[in-house]
Write a protein that binds this ligand. Structure first.
Ligand code: MRU
Length: 343
């Protein structure tokens, strides 16, 4: 459904499509150390919960290759884990590669790490395909529909066709997509720069709106569903996702539009009971004061710049995972679907 890729392992190093430069340029960055991968994750060269999980897994492979002893390996893995705090996929992917290495004889550790990183990537690609089908099924049959999305949840954000954007791709493949409405996602503009670019590359009918136009779209268009991804889902169904997701859920409820979260079980964190316990990343104020480097606010104004918000479960209609669809009140369904994931 797409040829777009966010990351490639070339056998020696991790290649990352530099998403900071899109849509102006398609440039790749080569990371040969775990530290370089961690910096690339922190600076948003690669972003999106499943994609940073996959990138971190390859970072752990690089750590296993360059670390001179166990202590240094541990430090490098910790640097990867702490590159960003909200998406649980990141920590979980590093834990998986570490456990695979620990279970292997010392002289087979690198092979074990490589196999685990490959598995994490291919499992995510499979999960994306499954979620795309389940998410499209959820919108039933009938004439083509219009949907609204936020941020970027596509091939750039995963190792496959995407989560919410994967559902959009599947709707298009079934001849059931009338239009994708995309919010720009201030301040980093993942919607404007990345979702719009992905959609146009793949011929999806898309209209971009500023975040504050979402109410107008929901009030004036026959939107079949709001489709978003997630960075971490708590045991009660609270959903941490790109800042601006919670207001969309409030608007969707007000306008009687279903609000569907599409996320793999690797994003569900049953060890976190509710939304209050999800760590929300705060990023540099200059992301708000400046747009693509140009000052749009006084240089010394105080800024609050949370990268994510938490949507309470009562505003969520359904959570689509690769193993099935969780419904309110979510706790039981999530425990059943994601129970096999480690905390
Ligand atoms: O700050 P980002 O760009 O990493 O935030 C990404 C999101 O919030 C996505 O919606 C989420 O990671 C799901 S991506 C499939």
């Amino acid at each position: 459904m797409t040829n777009i890729r966010a990351l490639e392992w070339d056998g020696e190093a991790l290649l990352l499509l530099d998403q900071r430069q899109l849509p102006a340029r398609t440039a790749w960055i080569r990371c040969a150390t775990a530290g370089e991968v961690a910096s690339a994750i922190a600076s948003l060269v690669v972003r999106g919960a499943p994609a940073i999980g996959a990138a971190a897994a390859w970072g752990a492979v690089l750590a296993s290759r360059t670390a001179t002893d166990d202590a240094e390996l541990g430090e490098q893995l910790e640097t990867l884990r702490s590159a960003r705090p909200t998406a649980v996929n990141l920590r979980r992917a590093v834990d998986r590669v570490e456990a695979a290495m620990a279970a292997a004889p010392r002289d087979r550790r690198l092979q074990a790490a490589l196999a685990e990183a490959r598995a994490i990537e291919s499992e995510d690609a499979d999960a994306c395909r499954a979620m795309a089908r389940l998410g499209a099924d959820l919108l039933g049959g009938g004439p083509p529909v219009e949907v609204l999305t936020h941020c970027n949840t596509g091939a750039l954000a995963t190792a496959g066709v995407g989560t919410a954007l994967g559902v959009v791709r599947e709707l298009a493949a079934r001849g059931r997509l009338e239009r994708l409405w995309a919010c720009e996602a201030r301040p980093v503009l993942q919607g404007a720069r990345l979702t719009a670019w992905e959609a146009l590359q793949d011929g999806l009918p898309i209209t971009l709106v500023v975040d504050s136009a979402a109410a107008t779209v929901l009030a004036s268009r026959p939107i079949a569903a709001v489709l978003v991804g997630a960075d971490r889902i708590a045991a009660d169904g609270s959903v941490a996702n790109k800042i601006g997701t919670h207001p969309l859920a409030v608007l969707a409820a007000r306008h009687g539009v279903p609000f569907h979260v599409v996320a793999p079980t690797s994003t569900v964190d049953l060890s976190v009971p509710g939304g209050d316990a999800i760590p929300v990343e705060e990023r540099d104020g200059d992301e708000v004061r400046r747009v693509r480097g140009v000052l749009v606010a006084p240089e010394d104004v105080a800024v609050f710049n949370p990268a994510f918000d938490v949507t309470p479960p009562d505003l969520v209609t359904a959570i689509v995972t690769e193993r099935g669809v969780a419904r309110p009140p979510f706790r039981e369904d999530l425990a059943r679907l994601a129970g096999g994931e480690s905390a």
